[in-house]
Design a protein around this ligand. Structure first.
Ligand code: NDP
Length: 444
């Protein structure tokens, strides 16, 4: 059995009931096979893969809080500190009922390579809770966040572990979490990113993941003789990543015709009016359905069929495994030429294989959505310097980082004889830097 097969079998055996984690490890190991086979003896001797797939630490804790009726509620809280070879742990917090340890391990594992790809000194981590902020009052969200941070604060710090937002954790939640951290520790430090602009946040952080996604998409299209201007785009989700991907795609001349949420999707052949989506989602915290109630040219459909809409470019920006094989076939049949993942692992393995085998350009989330964490790292730099950069300065740096990620992924793919396979390229480029650091630091 090859070293990679052995490690995958070990991961499945030792991490039962964690299918998303198994899936993420398999995808990474498969695309690293060429590199690992070439260095097998050395890697085996140092237990490199065994160490890479085992988180350095997982903290799991109880989060008790009191709801508006005076009832005590209890949620599960986690922080997965996966790998600190190249910097302090860095990765978001997700508050969603689907959160469990396996999902956070998948996300933390992916984060190691993504963070490495950014070229910035940040290790891999992820955390969260099965708490659902949807439908909760501000007071309930604050009570939950304060309880969550009371425990988490023991394990994080500006030079140790710096969480950020993710699904269900936006500016409001980061504010409550930061306030409680400061109150408990007495430290005004850059322990969280995605902070408000008045208390240490960075300009562009809100837009960073969506903008970065479109910057790297544009780079991929240009290198393949295409351009974004005039293309028809479908975006899934209507959260932070989706909204700013739509904004940048529209700025670069694309026409976005559909967006979705977990209930259904809207189709507007005249082009999505983003101000209205922002009003519905960012201000009212409403449902995407309301868009069709207010726009005559738009229609709303319940369910997951957003990928049946004809488009040149598909940007999955909602959640993991939201684009399956049948969706990929529908995209191909409708003439789609490129898929770039705004969300983490939104495309299933079967769909990814189908897309790549059928000549559709594919940029994996690890590279495509790295703009968020990269800008978080820029927020950390600004906090350490006690300085704030202008919007244009941060945006330029973000653009440069996304171009650099494209180049690294494309070069690594070419070096290993799989030109155009950005999945392999991103994994290899991210892996090489982490491995060098792990080798240098000995068996820890
Ligand atoms: P938000 O919570 O802002 O938005 C998530 C969107 O996806 C919402 O429209 C939500 O719909 C939809 N969604 C969530 N869960 C499901 C589900 N199970 N089925 C269908 N739709 C769903 O999150 P973000 O935009 O921040 O994150 C989206 C993705 O991008 C995630 O995979 C995240 O890990 C990834 N990501 C985010 C980064 C960031 O900077 N924010 C950075 C890198 C990656 P509804 O409102 O109905 O729940």
């Amino acid at each position: 059995m090859s070293y990679t097969d052995e490690i995958y079998a070990r991961v499945v055996e030792q991490n039962p009931g964690e299918p998303e984690f198994h899936q993420a490890v398999k995808e990474v190991l498969d695309s690293l096979k060429l590199v690992i086979d070439a260095n097998e003896k050395e890697y085996r001797a140092m237990g490199l893969l065994e160490r890479l797939v085992e988180p350095e630490r997982i903290i799991s804790f109880r989060v008790p809080w009191v709801d508006d009726k005076g009832q005590v509620q209890v949620n599960k809280g986690y922080r997965v500190q996966f790998n600190s070879a190249i910097g302090p742990y860095k990765g978001g917090l997700r508050f969603h009922p689907s959160v469990n340890q396996g999902i956070l391990k998948f996300l933390g594992f992916e984060q190691i390579f993504k963070n490495s790809l950014t070229g910035l000194p940040i290790g891999g981590g992820k955390g969260g809770s099965n708490f659902d902020p949807k439908g909760k009052s501000d007071r309930e969200v604050m009570a939950f966040c304060q309880s969550f941070m009371t425990e988490l604060s023991k394990y994080i710090g500006a030079d140790q572990d710096v969480p950020a937002g993710d699904i269900g954790v936006g500016g409001r939640e980061i504010g409550f979490l930061y306030g409680q951290y400061k109150r408990l520790t007495g430290l005004y430090e850059g322990v969280l990113t995605g902070k408000g602009l008045n208390y240490g946040g960075s300009l562009v952080r809100t837009q960073a993941t969506g903008y970065g996604l479109v910057y790297i998409l544009d780079e991929m299209l240009t290198h393949n003789g295409q351009s974004l201007a005039g293309k028809t785009v479908v975006v899934s989700g209507s959260g932070n990543v989706a909204i700013y991907a739509v904004e940048k795609a529209q700025q670069l001349g694309a026409k976005v015709v559909a967006m979705s949420d977990s209930n259904g999707y809207v189709y507007d052949p005249e082009g999505i009016k983003l101000d209205l989506v922002k009003e519905i989602k960012e201000v009212k915290r409403g449902r995407i359905k309301e868009y069709a109630d207010q726009v005559a040219s738009a229609s709303y459909t319940d369910g997951k069929g957003v990928w049946t809409i004809a488009c040149d470019i598909a940007l999955p920006c909602a959640t993991q495994n939201e684009l399956g094989l049948e969706d990929a076939k529908a995209l191909k049949a409708n003439g789609c030429i490129a898929v770039a993942e705004g969300a983490n692992m939104p495309t299933t393995r079967e769909a990814t294989d189908y897309i790549q085998e059928n000549g559709i350009m594919f940029m994996p989330g690890k590279a495509a959505n790295a703009g968020g964490v990269a800008t978080s790292a820029l927020e950390m730099s600004q906090n350490s310097m006690r300085l704030s950069w202008s919007f244009e300065e941060v945006d330029e740096k973000l653009k440069g980082i996304m171009k650099d990620i494209y180049r690294k992924a494309a070069d690594a793919a070419e070096r290993y004889g799989v030109a155009g396979n950005y999945v392999a390229g991103a994994n290899i480029a991210g892996f090489e830097k982490v491995v060098d650091a792990m080798k240098a630091q000995g068996i820890v």
